[in-house]
Design a protein around this ligand. Structure first.
Ligand code: HEC
Length: 116
């Protein structure tokens, strides 16, 4: 009995780290990049959202982030490598940007499947 445990334990630890799917990786990167999560401003699926409403000099204002789930990859990539007003600069690698793009595409597929 003991022997079996010794054999199984290291395997299950290994399985834990290697069975993370590309979508799980991409999702965790989207929600937790090196900085504030993209979802905080762009919404759970990149659909865009109003982040804050406030009043400035008696005028109602709001701060919102655009939808980012319908861009082609090259625009998406370029946007993440230039300074944007109201968005932090992340310095993501190409691989990370691809993963984020992948995440948004998958979420979009999911939501179109849910539409009846
Ligand atoms: C603090 C809020 C905030 C966070 C966090 C944030 N963004 Fe943005 N993002 C914005 C705003 C505001 C704009 C619009 C900037 C502009 O119009 O110049 C924008 C623009 C973009 C654009 C360009 C959209 C277009 O149509 O040109 C992309 C792509 C983008 N963000 C991706 C991301 C990704 C990926 C993350 C996470 C790594 C992220 N953003 C995190 C606020 C945010």
């Amino acid at each position: 009995m003991r022997g079996i445990l010794f054999v199984l334990l290291p395997f299950s630890l290994l399985a834990k780290s290697s069975f993370i799917t590309p979508m799980e990786y991409a999702s965790s990167l989207y929600k937790n990049p090196r900085g504030i999560g993209c979802d905080k401003c762009h919404g759970e699926s990149g659909e865009g959202k109003t982040v804050a409403k406030y009043e400035h000099k008696n005028e109602k204002k709001s701060f919102s982030a655009p939808s980012i789930n319908s861009m082609d990859f090259s625009n998406f990539y370029t946007s993440l490598n230039v300074r944007k007003n109201g968005m932090p600069r992340y310095f993501l690698t190409q691989k990370e940007i691809k993963a984020l793009y992948f995440y948004l595409q998958e979420k979009k597929k999911e939501s179109s499947l849910n539409v009846k």
